[in-house]
Write a protein that binds this ligand. Sequence first.
Ligand SMILES: *[C@@H]1O[C@H](CO)[C@@H](O)[C@H](O)[C@H]1NC(C)=O
Ligand SMILES: *[C@@H]1O[C@H](CO)[C@@H](O)[C@H](O)[C@H]1NC(C)=O
Ligand SMILES: *[C@@H]1O[C@H](CO)[C@@H](O)[C@H](O)[C@H]1NC(C)=O
Ligand SMILES: *[C@@H]1O[C@H](CO)[C@@H](O)[C@H](O)[C@H]1NC(C)=O
Ligand SMILES: *[C@@H]1O[C@H](CO)[C@@H](O)[C@H](O)[C@H]1NC(C)=O
Ligand SMILES: *[C@@H]1O[C@H](CO)[C@@H](O)[C@H](O)[C@H]1NC(C)=O
Ligand SMILES: *[C@@H]1O[C@H](CO)[C@@H](O)[C@H](O)[C@H]1NC(C)=O
Ligand SMILES: *[C@@H]1O[C@H](CO)[C@@H](O)[C@H](O)[C@H]1NC(C)=O
Length: 467
Amino acid sequence: MGQDAFMELHSSTAGIFQCKIYLLLLAGSCSGLKVTVPSHTVHGIRGQALYLPVHYGFHTLASDIQIIWLFERPHTMPKYLLGSVNKSVVPDLEYQHKFTMRPPNASLLINPLQFDDEGNYIVKVNIQGNGTLSSSQKIQVTVDDPVTKPVVQHHPSSGAVEYVGNMTLTCRVEGGTRLVYQWLKNGKPVRTSSTYSFSPQNNTLRIAPVTKEDIGNYSCLVKNPVSEMESGIITPTIYYGPYGLRVNSDKGLKVGEVFTVDLGEAILFDCSADSYPPNTYSWIQNTENATYVIKYGPVLEVASDKVAQKTTDFVCCAYNNVTGKQDETHFTVIITSVGLEKFAQKAKSLSPLATITGISLFLIISMCLLFIWKKYQPYRVIKQKLEGRPDTEYRKAQTFSGHEDALDDFGIYEFVAFPDAPGVSRMPSRSAPTSDGVSGQDLHSTIYEVIQHIPAQEEDHPEPGNP
Ligand SMILES: *[C@@H]1O[C@H](CO)[C@@H](O)[C@H](O)[C@H]1NC(C)=O
Ligand SMILES: *[C@@H]1O[C@H](CO)[C@@H](O)[C@H](O)[C@H]1NC(C)=O
Ligand SMILES: *[C@@H]1O[C@H](CO)[C@@H](O)[C@H](O)[C@H]1NC(C)=O
Ligand SMILES: *[C@@H]1O[C@H](CO)[C@@H](O)[C@H](O)[C@H]1NC(C)=O
Ligand SMILES: *[C@@H]1O[C@H](CO)[C@@H](O)[C@H](O)[C@H]1NC(C)=O
Ligand SMILES: *[C@@H]1O[C@H](CO)[C@@H](O)[C@H](O)[C@H]1NC(C)=O
Ligand SMILES: *[C@@H]1O[C@H](CO)[C@@H](O)[C@H](O)[C@H]1NC(C)=O
Ligand SMILES: *[C@@H]1O[C@H](CO)[C@@H](O)[C@H](O)[C@H]1NC(C)=O
């Protein structure tokens, strides 16, 4: 806290105090004297002057104002420093050059401040008027040397391998008393964790074991009551990886681990993985039986016209020669024919009208083909039935509804009059014995038989069963 702050606090306290006195006067029950200090603890810097502000007020008529300063340290007798009555100061001759007071101002100036000036300072004010009023205050004074800039050293300085090595950061400070150490990583305080531990003083940070996540900017912040200083940043070397191995190409289509490339094109493959120090990359080609390294380095160029097979398997292998770890990724290159590719491109560029026309044509042709197929399909089935027509088969043919599919009914229909209105159920028993030969009697047996015979005769290859 600076002296300006002290003064502000001082004057505001004084204001309240005066107010209070005024109120007490009106009430007529005032003790009369109040001594106040802005702070009961004051931190001083060794070798500099320290000012201990004190304020007092009273309301009675005073003939004598007496101020006494005493000093006490734990386990020692209190010492008299100086005293005053009205404006005359009587110092202890032993300390007369060190302590200064200008009465009626009760504040004490200590100059220069030394380590043995640390302790409690007691101020006592006596007012002599109609009786004697007395009041005192105590101020604790600490004396420190300011902190000098800390320096962080790390061991091993050559770096540590992830999950194997440990790292110790030590914060060294040349000057300063009552030092409090704090470690910062990327500006934020480091807390104790499963891998972070501190020495009792906190001046040493140990990371065991180190991981990739421990990479960062470390600094040491050192504080004491009068100052604070932060070290420069150190970034420990941590060897890790390889992680996240990936293969990318400058052109071509990538689907999963498969790259599709046009025939005749040369493509560059780029293999990358996160690692420190940078990986050593090697490219391996897998043929039917043999596996051999084709190149070292992060980039591989494949001229597709030089690839013997249309489909080639490659492996990119990343090796970290410090961590001793390696990773590999397999990928396949498929060389596609330029012709197919161009055809696909042309198809894509066709106008919508042309596409519609094409689809329409296709549909029309399909319909025609279906029509023709359907036209000849039923005859073939019926022909088979007629050729080797056993009784059971015939029965089936007779009971067949014939209306399951309209196309099956396609053909030439002829009306035939029957002399003795025959029932369908009666027909099989009569026609079965003479199934192969079509006699005049048989002609009027069914409508179906008439229909079946006519197209058969029109066909190129006449059959003996169907004259
Ligand atoms: C202090 O001052 C008051 C009034 O100014 C006076 O009456 C008194 O005698 C003085 N005391 C001494 C010790 O000089
Ligand atoms: C006492 O003296 C100091 C300077 O020595 C001054 O800053 C302070 O305001 C004075 N206090 C009062 C109550 O007059
Ligand atoms: C002094 O104090 C007495 C009682 O304590 C009181 O009666 C008297 O009026 C006071 N005198 C002055 C001048 O305040
Ligand atoms: C790291 O510290 C652990 C225990 O904290 C110890 O077992 C291990 O040997 C240390 N490793 C190295 C490389 O010093
Ligand atoms: C560490 O410090 C360097 C420069 O000192 C800075 O470029 C880098 O961004 C810092 N890293 C982090 C994580 O803050
Ligand atoms: C050391 O640091 C830890 C975490 O920052 C803190 O909790 C602990 O109080 C510190 N100890 C000392 C002696 O400063
Ligand atoms: C692979 O091995 C077989 C026998 O194991 C051999 O006949 C064939 O020639 C080999 N192919 C190549 C490309 O080496
Ligand atoms: C490790 O690999 C790097 C290249 O990535 C190389 O410069 C270095 O010499 C290698 N170290 C060892 C010990 O092989």
